[in-house]
Design a binder for this molecule. Structure first.
Ligand SMILES: Cc1cc2nc3c(=O)[nH]c(=O)nc-3n(C[C@H](O)[C@H](O)[C@H](O)COP(=O)(O)OP(=O)(O)OC[C@H]3O[C@@H](n4cnc5c(N)ncnc54)[C@H](O)[C@@H]3O)c2cc1C
Length: 486
């Protein structure tokens, strides 16, 4: 691959809002309907329980529209927060909004339930069979299907592309039913200010859908990217090199990823995320290290040079942190890909900070790109610890599987306060690594990781992040209580 000086190319700033500003904006938008009703509504409030039921319905509808924006595709919104956190939040928000939707009608009968449970049941049954409330019921059923389907998405009998298409389509249908329900039966929604809010939300969702399914696919085909070569790197692991136009507009930081669609498929439903394993110095070539996992990746070995490729990027915030502090990188298998991008970039920038790389694989053959990593050692203050699950004579490799002690040993002599840790690999390995880093005294904020799947992790750090993600919803519940008691 031809290289040019990195300072010829401007490294982009990560777009989007910082996490706290994003959370504040999210809470504000979610609560906009009840704020508008509180400030501008003319209807006298009903009982606190009924008002709480209304607040649940109004807030759930806002959350539903916000789901279109938290789908991880809008770098201008969530670029700084990263795909992992965005998708984790999207999952939690879906469950919370589903809970709100279920509780919404129940609070309308809560007054009756306390006095006469039988009559309350009759009222619920009346609601379920009422033609007036039909679109509300359909929205509830649709939401149940969307959430249920999302939880079994990774099972082997569901094709990823099918899940993508059905998830987006159903979400649009549920949003349409919810909007119809609010506008046709909601007393507050009959008033002009709240009606206006719903139209703004619907318009924003329509724009978001247009951007993802029309503008983005068009932009993905705008530049002529083609497969330059595909070569085997390790068992089931391929190096894919793409060649773009000389005047490509692509600008990225080492460690970021692109959504890629390989011909004969076309965007938007056949794209897959892959980390760029090269730096901007190598443009107009892009390098990827890809492991066979399923339909798309298993066919890599048969791809002919010259095959057209559509890419959308850069995405993600898994990049080398700014500053001079030491960095530890922990990679498992193909999780080495983003680190290759970061290390190439660090070498081009003549970084002098200490970098420790812990690279784990099942066996020595699985340590893809090790030769290049060794070359980079001459340009960087880089120490590499390879951990493999085999013992070979005369080998410097540490014997795995990767455990807490390997990580603690790799941090020998580094000051915890200034240390940043970056982790990427299979889910179990990431949990071992992040738990070990937390045990060593690193703060949750100084540990960054990128998952190659969308599953929720089970490590201590995943739990910390999930707890943090619940905070905005607690504020919403407090605001809804205040609304119902006004
Ligand atoms: C930010 C990010 C960066 C990634 N970088 C790399 C990389 O550099 N090298 C590499 O080998 N792999 C990478 N992956 C994983 C890669 O995207 C999947 O392995 C690939 O999409 C599988 O597609 P498939 O059709 O071959 O397999 P499938 O049979 O479709 O899926 C196999 C597994 O991959 C998951 N998956 C499929 N499509 C996607 C998708 N679009 N997004 C998320 N998960 C998906 C499925 O849930 C399933 O568990 C990355 C994933 C993410 C989220």
């Amino acid at each position: 691959m031809k290289t040019s000086k990195l300072n010829d190319r401007v490294l982009p700033k990560l777009p989007g809002l910082p996490g706290k500003a994003l959370a504040g904006a999210y809470i504000l938008v979610a609560l906009l309907p009840i704020l508008v009703v509180s400030i501008m509504g003319r209807i006298a409030p009903a009982s606190p329980l009924t008002e709480f039921g209304t607040a649940l319905g109004l807030t759930a509808t806002s959350l539903l529209f916000l789901q279109f924006l938290s789908s991880g595709r809008y770098e201008r919104i969530s670029g700084q927060v990263g795909l992992d956190r965005t998708m984790g939040f999207h999952r939690i928000a879906a469950l919370v909004l589903f809970g709100f939707v279920i509780l919404h009608p129940l609070f309308y009968v809560a007054d009756t339930l306390l006095i006469d449970p039988h009559a309350a049941w009759d009222r619920i049954w009346g609601m379920l069979s009422s033609s007036r409330l039909r679109t509300g019921l359909l929205a509830l059923v649709g939401l149940f299907v969307v959430v249920g389907f999302a939880t079994i998405r990774s099972s082997p009998f569901i094709r990823y592309e099918f899940w993508r298409v059905s998830h987006s389509t159903l979400a649009i249908v549920v949003a349409a039913f919810s909007l119809h329900h609010a506008l046709s039966v909601g007393a507050y929604s009959a008033e002009y200010p709240l009606r206006f809010v719903w139209f703004v939300f619907a318009f924003a969702a329509a724009v978001a859908i247009f951007l993802v399914y029309v503008v983005r696919p068009w932009r993905m085909w705008r530049e002529d990217w083609r497969v330059d070569r595909v070569t085997p790197l390790a068992p089931d692991v391929w190096e894919l090199v793409l060649r773009g136009p000389d005047a490509t507009r692509l600008r990225f930081k080492g460690g970021q990823f692109v959504w890629m669609t390989l011909s004969p498929h076309r965007p938007p439903f056949h794209d897959h995320p892959f980390s760029i394993a090269s730096a901007a110095t190598s443009l107009p070539w892009l390098r990827f290290v890809i492991q066979e996992a399923g339909d798309c990746t298993s066919g890599l070995g048969k791809i002919e040079p010259g095959t057209r490729v559509a890419i959308d990027g850069p995405h993600g915030s898994f990049v080398l942190p700014a500053g001079e502090g030491p960095v530890v990188m922990i990679a498992g298998g193909v999780g080495i890909a983003p680190f290759l991008g970061m290390l190439e970039e660090a070498a081009a920038l003549e970084e002098r900070r200490p970098i420790r790389l812990v690279y784990a694989a099942h066996n020595t053959k699985g340590l893809a790109s090790l030769t290049r990593l060794r070359e980079l050692q001459s340009e960087l203050d880089l120490v590499i610890y390879c951990v493999v699950e085999e013992e070979l004579p005369n080998s410097d490799n540490l014997v795995g599987p990767l455990g807490k002690q390997h990580i603690l040993d790799s941090l020998e002599g580094l000051q915890t306060e200034k240390l940043t840790a970056l982790v990427c690999g299979p889910p179990g390995m990431m949990e071992i690594a992040t738990d070990a880093l937390l045990a060593r005294g690193l703060s949750a904020g100084s540990i960054h990781y990128e998952r190659f799947d969308y599953a929720a992790g089970k490590g201590q750090l995943d739990r910390v992040r999930r707890t943090e993600a619940l905070f905005p919803f607690l504020i919403m519940v407090a605001a809804m209580i205040a609304f119902s008691l006004r």
